[in-house]
Write a protein that binds this ligand. Structure first.
Ligand SMILES: N[C@@H](CCC(=O)N[C@@H](CS)C(=O)NCC(=O)O)C(=O)O
Length: 200
């Protein structure tokens, strides 16, 4: 299989962490794919018409995207329990929350990277951060008992989302008002799968 990949992408990192956790890394060839909405020539357009990564080319079927589809495919393929039947909807809702944090955080980066200085709109960037902050409040208040339980896709997605906030938006200091989540992240970040996939 081929995975279209950039080391800075939190969505790609989710897939990489799943590959590590399910011992499938050796089944995947990493294909570099760097770009953004205004520079898509090196993105896997033939595999994902949206021009986004991650995309996974399988040997025996069409390419898969987006990260949620790929992660569930890989979990099934390995017979892993990252979407455990007993708490599947909770795990997927936590994953969706983490993905929403990543979406907003990535859009904030694109605002400065893709738009000329005189077309950037700070209130729009702040509105994206408001989404992140509301999601962090909700996770800190209502999801800590889930995060204390056995590993599933919700843990992996949240670990990648929080690390991306440190990577791109450290100045916003998300830890300040989310102490329980910050303590969880500190421990989760020590997992080998997280250490081996740090953004660059
Ligand atoms: N919902 C998608 C989001 C993927 C995404 O936004 N990837 C970014 C990189 S972090 C990308 O490929 N951006 C290029 C673009 O938007 O054109 C997923 O879960 O895979």
């Amino acid at each position: 299989m081929q995975l279209f990949h950039a080391a800075a992408s939190p969505f790609v990192r989710k897939v990489m962490v799943v590959l590590h956790e399910t011992a499938q890394l050796q089944d995947v060839e990493i294909v570099p794919a760097i770009g953004h909405p205004m520079a898509s020539s090196d993105m896997p357009l033939a595999h994902n018409p949206l021009g986004k990564i991650p995309a996974l080319q399988r040997p025996d079927g069409p390419a898969l995207y987006d990260s949620r589809v790929i992660c569930e495919f890989l979990s099934d393929r390995a017979g892993a329990q990252l979407y455990p039947a007993a708490r599947k909807w909770e795990a997927m809702t936590l994953e969706a929350t983490a993905d929403g944090i990543m979406d907003a955080a990535v859009l904030m980066v694109y605002e400065t990277r893709c738009r000329p200085d005189d077309m950037q709109f700070a209130p729009w960037v702040d509105a994206q951060w408001d989404k992140v902050a509301r999601a962090l409040d909700a996770v800190n208040a209502r999801w800590m008992s889930h995060l204390a339980g056995p590993l599933d896709i919700g843990h992996i997605a949240m670990g990648c989302a929080l690390s991306y906030l440190d990577f791109r938006h450290a100045d916003r200091d998300w830890r300040q008002h989310h102490r329980a989540l910050a303590a969880w992240e500190q421990t989760f970040a020590q997992r080998d799968s997280m250490q081996q996939t740090q953004p660059s």
